[in-house]
Write a protein that binds this ligand. Sequence first.
Ligand SMILES: *Cc1c(COP(=O)(O)O)cnc(C)c1O
Length: 425
Amino acid sequence: MDHFLYKDGVLHAEDVPVAEIAAEVGTPFYVYSRATLTRHFRLFDEALDGMEHLVCYAMKANSNQAVLAVMAKLGAGVDVVSGGEYARAKAAGFPGERIVFSGVGKTVAEMEAALTGGIRQFNVESEPELARLSGVATRLGLTAPVTIRVNPDVDAKTHEKIATGKSENKFGIPISRARTVYAEAAALPGIEVVGIDVHIGSQLTDLAPFEAAYVKVAELTETLRADGHDIRRLDLGGGLGIPYERSNSAPPLPVEYGDVVRRTVGHLGCEIEIEPGRLIAGNAGLLVSEVIYVKSGEDREFLILDAAMNDLIRPAMYGAYHEIVPVIEAPAGAETTTYDIVGPVCESGDTFTKGRAMPSLAAGDLVAFRSAGAYGAVMSSEYNTRPLIPEVLVDGHQFAVIRARPTFDDIINRDTIPHWLEDPA
Ligand SMILES: *Cc1c(COP(=O)(O)O)cnc(C)c1O
C-alpha cells in the first residue's frame, strides 16, 4: 500500500496534488511519501516482533539524505556498501552501532573510515578481505566485528543481474568452505566474529528461496557453535520484492517473510538483522514526467516524455515494468491508445515500454511512473547533459525539494579545461 491516490480525479502524493509540485519544481522529478516510507519500515519491524532484531535499511535503494533522516528518526539501522554511503549514514545521524557495511570490494580507506567512525559490523565477503581487515584493525589498535557472508547456492528466481546467492555469483564465500574460513577468522588479530550474513538477491517474489537459504544458515549456526564460535547475530539480507505490476502479482508480505525467519532461525536465540531496500523505498516514490510530443510512426504511436533512461534506467537495464498513469484520471470509458513510451535520449534503449494501452494523452499532459522510489534516482546520470532531476519529499500537506536540479552552468563548471588547451592570449 502507498499514499499516491486519486482524489476527485487528481493524483495526490499524500495530501498534495502532484500537479502542484510539477508547477513549482518543473518536470521531470521524483516525489517520495514520508508516510509510505514509515509504513514500510514499521511492517518489517513488526514482522520480527518477539525476536531481538534491527531493520537495517539498504540505502543503495534510495540514499537521499532526507529519506535517510526519515529512517534514522524511526530508529532504523542502515546497510551501506561504500565509503560514500557510510559518510551519508553518519551525516544523517545514524550512530556507528546501527551501521552495517556490506560489499565485495571494501578498500583500506573504507575500512579505516568505518573502524574509526564506528561500525556495528563488517559483512566480510572473502578471505583476502578478512586478512586485509585484520591488518587495518590491528594497525589502528581496534577490533573489527564481523559476520561472514556465505553463499548458500540457492536460486533466488529473480532477474539474473540481481541474483546473488548462486555459486557462480561473485558474492560471499561458498557455504561449504564456511568452517575453514571461520576458523581462520577466529585466529586473526583485530577480528571478532559475531555472526553469519546471507543475501541471495533482490526483487524476490517467492518465499521458498529465502526459506531454503535460512535453513542452511540455521544448520551452519549449530555447526559453527559446535566448533566453538560465538554466533550471536544473523544478518539475513534484503530482497523481498514489490508488486510492480499490480494487476498480476502479489509478492509475499513482510509479515509472511517474518514468519519464515521465525520458523527457520527463531529458535537459535540470535539477534536478527534484515536489510530491506526496495520494499521500503520502491512504492514510496513516483517519477513524474510531461508528455512532450505524441508522434505517429509507421505502425505505432509514440509517447515522447521529458523523462528518459538517464533518469530511470530500470526498464533499459533490466527490462523492468513500471505502471505509468495519467496524473489527471481518465473518466470511466475514456478512449485508450496503445503507445510505445520513450524518452528523448539518443538511444533506442531509451524506451520505457512498448505497446502499452493507456488513456489517450496529449502534449503537455503529466504522467507518473509508480514504484519508482527504489533504484531510480540513485542510478540516474547526466547522460546527454540532462541535469539530474529534482527529488521532493511529501509529508501530509507539506512538501520540500530534497535535491535541487542543477543548472547547466553547474554541470559545465564541474569540468575544467587544462591551461595548455586554452588559446594563447
Ligand atoms: C542490494 C542489497 C540489499 C537490498 O536489497 P533489496 O532488494 O533492495 O531489499 C540488502 N543487502 C545487500 C547486501 C545488498 O547488496
